[in-house]
Structures are given as structure tokens and as C-alpha cells.
Design a protein around this ligand. Structure first.
Ligand SMILES: Cc1ncc(COP(=O)(O)O)c(C=O)c1O
Length: 426
């Protein structure tokens, strides 16, 4: 198995410059310029160990899982199921039965929306989401409410200028009641970078009898997340945002809930017995994994988890936050810029959105691209949030373990170039 040459364990601080060497794509040069990758909220890059694990699977172990008795099939099954154990340990679930592999966060949320919410909600019930949600944690709930007659309620942003871009917890406390059966809330916004103190929301929601789904797409890759400590009912996240391959997501759900929920998809592998007119379901977690799964990528996901754990999630959280703080300071020094991020650096994950009035974020991203700097300009799949903020789009930089202050300095130079080209007014 491939060893990452540049990963040194238990370092007091991340040596991001060194870590970059484990990520082949980061040495890619386009038009004479090295790639500066600052779009990690969208997807992360992959270390060589993850890339090699995919090749190793297809080269040495390729076989379908859970079925055949021959050696390579047993190896494939073992490797696939050991990723489940790794995911379980990573988020501190009680048992591997509580970990379902899906395609991504979106599918994990849809699984809960259809197999849990759509089968239990009725008119008079409500689902609560927040104003910070990605479309993935909003549209499935809109659909479920439409189908069941339940009402969708939205926790607004705080009106306090000191607390801009954070959620109005007092509103939440006042408005939650026994009609709210599900609170579906993000732990970190992919647009403003706001870290939501979900522990507080979970405690109140549970006291009112609501089940809680946490959208962990932007938190699980960037900070320690412990499902037992949080006491959430569901947690959804994606491998591709945490150094792993695309096409793999995970859903954590409490076992007692999974036991009562009907399957989401039906077909092979999720059954115990099938007769002409009826069927019974497999044990957990396989009851929720119909058909041949994404075996190679699930196996490679384990390498991503190993890589993150070798660094330490607390160290990663601090590193990402330090970079976001540094980027914010640099941006604040440029008078033309409006920053869309919480005031308190502790409430920010490694994401920062900004605007240059008079310049479309797509133009900003284009000019960055001419220097081979990857950032995102757009609504970031959070159109209702854009409406609330009364802006069409933002430019967004998002950081990860291999990003350095020099990467941010490179981005700041590109911003100065944008300003020079467009000469927007202060
Ligand atoms: C907060 C949040 N939730 C959900 C998603 C959806 O993730 P995926 O596209 O992997 O399903 C994203 C993706 O950017 C996200 O940032």
C-alpha cells in the first residue's frame, strides 16, 4: 500500500507546504503558473494514498462484495466493511450498523427525507431548517412537506449587527414547539463559513421531541464531530470534501431509528428473502444499501480518513480557521471589498465569501483563473441565503490542510488585479 511521504504525525502545527507534496494535482502547472486551489468547500483534492487505493482495488481485488466465497471477493468485502468501521470510529458512532454508504450528502439527506420524514409526517407537523442551508438540505424538505402536508419553517439570520451571518437562536427557542418533528440544520455554512453551534439547537429540539439531522458536509471534513456527544439523530456528509473520492457519502443514523424506517431503495443486496409477491429486508446497515455499491471509492475513502486522523481533526480545525482569519484580515485592508463572514473569527470555518461591488463574482473567478487560482463565484447552491442577503452571488475562497498563507497572498494579488481592471468605486 502507498505511503504518503510527507505526512508526519503529531506535529504541533500543520506543515501545509510539505503536505502539498502528497497531492499530485497541486504541482500542476497551467500556462506557466502553479495551481493555487482555493475551492475546497466544493471538493477537496486527493492525496496519492487515496488515488493509489483506487488503482490497487481494480488491479488486485476487483470483485463484487457480500456474495462470492473466492479470495478476491472476500478481500473486497473486508476492505469495504472496514471503511464502515473507520467511518464509525471517525465520528464516534456506537456501531457500524449506524453507518450507511450513499453517493453523497445530498443522497444521505434524501434517504432521511423519504424513508423517515415522508413516512411519518402529517398535516399539522412541521420541519425546521435554517436560513444558511445549502439546497441539499432545503429542497428535499420542501418536497417532503409538499407531499405530506407538513409546514416548512426557517430559522432566520440574527438581526443583531454584531451577530451578522449567524442564526437567531432566540427566534428558534421562541418558535420551536411540539409540531416540529424534524430539525434539519447545517453545522457549517458553505457560503458564509459560519459555524453553527448545533449542540445548543439539538438540546432545545430534543426537549421538544424533534428529531435532528445535521448537515455535516462542511463540518465533518474540517473539525472534530462526535455523534454521541452531539446526540443528533442523523448526520450526513460526503467523502469528496474530505480528501476521499467522489461518489461516496455517508449517513449516520441512530440504530433505533434505522430499525423502524422502511428501506429507501429496493432491489439486490438489501433483501433477506424474496418470494414472487413479497420480500423481507436485510439486517442493518445493508437494508439501506441496494444494488452493487461504489466499492472502489468506498475502500479508498478509508485512506482519506487515515490521512485526516494522522493529522488530527482539532489541528485541522485550527489550521483552517487561522487561514480564514488571515484571509479576512487581508481582505479587510482592501477598501473596495465587502466581506460576508461572521465578525467573530471563532465562528468561522475555513471559508470566506466576499464581494467587490460593481464586479460580478464570475468575472473575479475568471481573472483568478488566468493566474491558475481556483475559487468559486456564484450562489453556492444557497439561493435563498443570497436572497436574504440581497446579493446575487459572492466570490468564495475555501481552505484545507494543504493551503498556506502564501496561497492567500497569491489570491490577494489577484484581487488587486481585479480592482485595477474594473476600478470599482470605494
Ligand atoms: C453545506 C452543504 N450541504 C450539502 C452539500 C451537498 O454535498 P454533495 O454535493 O456532496 O451532496 C454541500 C456541498 O457543497 C454543502 O456545502
Amino acid at each position: 500500500m502507498y505511503q504518503n511521504q510527507n505526512l508526519q504525525q503529531n506535529q504541533p502545527m500543520l506543515n501545509s507546504q510539505q503536505l502539498k507534496k502528497d497531492f499530485p494535482i497541486l504541482s500542476r502547472v497551467i500556462n506557466g503558473k502553479k495551481l493555487t486551489y482555493l475551492d475546497n468547500a466544493s471538493t477537496s483534492q486527493k492525496p496519492q494514498s487515496v488515488i493509489s487505493a483506487i488503482t490497487d482495488y481494480y488491479t488486485n481485488h476487483n470483485a463484487n462484495i457480500h456474495r462470492a466465497v473466492y479470495t478476491i471477493a472476500q478481500e473486497a468485502t473486508l476492505a469495504y466493511e472496514s471503511t464502515r468501521e473507520a467511518v464509525k470510529d471517525f465520528i464516534n458512532a456506537r456501531s457500524a450498523e449506524e453507518i450507511i454508504f450513499t453517493r453523497n450528502t445530498t443522497e444521505s439527506i434524501n434517504l432521511v427525507a423519504y424513508a423517515y420524514a415522508a413516512t411519518t409526517l402529517k398535516p399539522g407537523d412541521s420541519v425546521m431548517v435554517s436560513a444558511l442551508e445549502h439546497h441539499s438540505n432545503l429542497v428535499p424538505w420542501q418536497e417532503v412537506c409538499r407531499k405530506t402536508g407538513a409546514t416548512l419553517k426557517v430559522i432566520p439570520l440574527s438581526g443583531d449587527p454584531e451577530l451578522r451571518y449567524t442564526l437567531d437562536f432566540e427566534w428558534f427557542q421562541k418558535n420551536i414547539d411540539a409540531s416540529v418533528k424534524i430539525l434539519a440544520i447545517t453545522q457549517a455554512s458553505n457560503t458564509t463559513g459560519t459555524i453553527v453551534p448545533v449542540e445548543k439547537f439539538i438540546e432545545v429540539a430534543r426537549a421538544h421531541g424533534a428529531k435532528v439531522l445535521i448537515d455535516g458536509a462542511q463540518s465533518v471534513p474540517h473539525m472534530p464531530v462526535d455523534v454521541q456527544q452531539l446526540d443528533c439523530d442523523f448526520l450526513a456528509f460526503s467523502s469528496h470534501k474530505m480528501l476521499g473520492p467522489t461518489g461516496v457519502g455517508a449517513l449516520y443514523a441512530k440504530k433505533e431509528l434505522l430499525e423502524t424506517m422502511p428501506p429507501f431503495l429496493f432491489g439486490g443486496d438489501m433483501i433477506r428473502e424474496v418470494h414472487q409477491q413479497e420480500a423481507t429486508w436485510n439486517d442493518l446497515p445493508w437494508k439501506f444499501e441496494a444494488g452493487t455499491p461504489n466499492i472502489a471509492d468506498v475502500i479508498a475513502f478509508q485512506e482519506a480518513i487515515k490521512y485526516l486522523r494522522a493529522i488530527g481533526m482539532q489541528e485541522i480545525a485550527e489550521h483552517d480557521q487561522e487561514l480564514a482569519h488571515y484571509a479576512k484580515q487581508q481582505l479587510e485592508a482592501i477598501p473596495q471589498i465587502i466581506i460576508h463572514a461572521p465578525k467573530n473569527a471563532k465562528q468561522m470555518t475555513g471559508i470566506i465569501s466576499f464581494e467587490i461591488p460593481g464586479v460580478h463574482p464570475h468575472d473575479i473567478a475568471e481573472i483568478f483563473n488566468s493566474d491558475n487560482i481556483a475559487i468559486r463565484g456564484g450562489h453556492h447552491c444557497a439561493q435563498p441565503l443570497m436572497e436574504t442577503l440581497n446579493i446575487p452571488a459572492t466570490a468564495r475562497m475555501s481552505f484545507y490542510i494543504y493551503n498556506t498563507q502564501e496561497d492567500i497572498d497569491t489570491a490577494i494579488e489577484a484581487i488587486k488585479k481585479v480592482i485595477k481592471i474594473f476600478s470599482p468605486k470605494k
